[in-house]
Design a protein around this ligand. Structure first.
Ligand code: A3P
Ligand code: MG
Length: 276
């Protein structure tokens, strides 16, 4: 069966996400005020500009497919449950990084099919020079990174022998540090790096990191697009307890379980997870 996202739809999606990214970048560069949402997380005009641009894009390209965005997520579960296929959007992941001006924020668009993220675009407008960086993945199909207009196929890297080359473990700048440290303490020789947003999953997808343990809360829109990229690149995003792949839209709550992103399963990190 042909994939729902044809090459021409994919090209128009990438173009539209890039246009939304340019709006976000313009706000980032000219300055903005910061509001606080009910859950105490920050909100800027860039979150809303990106939300409106991405929802309009998706409604225009595929009017028959519903859209759930972080900024319009009050859809009752009874309604969502009936969705076989929908777009799941985080218009600005890493809002705290955006506010702190370190560039580590992303726009995220995922296609969910029967709970499985099957296609994703993650765009980081301020990473990697002019035009930013974009990761695009279709499960069972192509997966590539676009930087400075150049398309390059990506894949996860094979876990090295840690004595010859340390494993690279990527973590959040702000969340779950204690559990992260406990996990790392039980690993063989490794190095840790921190970055904001869904960029962490993209690093595993392109082989810049081996593991991303997320032992702190996230929502489905934070991870779905990048999960599709990781999966298409040969890796996995697994529930930290059951080691089953994460699925979306399985329950009322949109919160993810704690999870780990890997290039490959390996008893050494699985044991480290069990040890904490
Ligand atoms: N208590 C909590 N519940 C749900 N999600 C949380 C959370 N604390 C942080 N997050 C999520 O973690 C994301 C940031 O992760 P990181 O610090 O690794 O970059 C946030 O994305 P947003 O910036 O889109 O709000 C937010 O969704
Ligand atoms: Mg987010």
């Amino acid at each position: 069966m042909p994939h729902f996202v044809t090459n021409s739809l994919r090209a128009r999606l990438i173009e539209g996400v890039h246009a939304a990214g340019r709006e976000v970048l313009a706000i980032y560069q000219r300055g903005f005020s910061v509001e606080t949402k009910d859950d105490d997380s920050p909100l800027t005009e860039a979150d809303m500009a990106s939300h409106h641009a991405l929802v309009a894009l998706l409604e225009d390209l595929t009017p028959e497919v519903p859209v759930l965005s972080e900024e319009s997520a009050e859809v009752p579960y009874a309604t969502r449950q009936a969705w076989q296929r929908y777009w799941l959007v985080d218009p600005l992941d890493g809002t705290k990084e955006f506010v702190n001006k370190n560039g580590e924020f992303t726009l995220n668009v995922a296609l969910i099919d029967d709970g499985v993220p099957v296609f994703g675009i993650v765009h980081a407008p301020a990473v990697g020079g002019g035009g930013g960086s974009t990761w695009v993945g279709q499960v069972g199909g192509e997966v590539f990174k676009i930087s400075q207009g150049v398309y390059a196929n990506i894949q996860v890297r094979e876990l090295p022998d840690p004595e010859a080359e340390p494993w690279k473990v990527v973590g959040s700048r702000r969340h779950g540090a204690e559990a992260f440290d406990a996990f790392c303490a039980a690993l063989p020789n490794h190095e840790c790096v921190s970055i904001g947003s869904s960029l962490k999953l993209c690093w595993v997808a392109e082989g810049k990191a081996d593991l991303y343990p997320r032992l702190a809360p996230t929502s489905e829109w934070d991870t779905a697009a990048a999960q599709a990229v990781v999966t298409a690149a040969g890796g996995e995003v697994l529930n930290a307890e059951t080691l089953e792949p994460l699925r979306c839209n399985q329950q009322e709550s949109v919160l993810n379980p704690f999870f780990i992103v890997c290039g490959q399963r390996d008893a050494r990190w699985e044991n480290a997870l069990r040890a904490i």
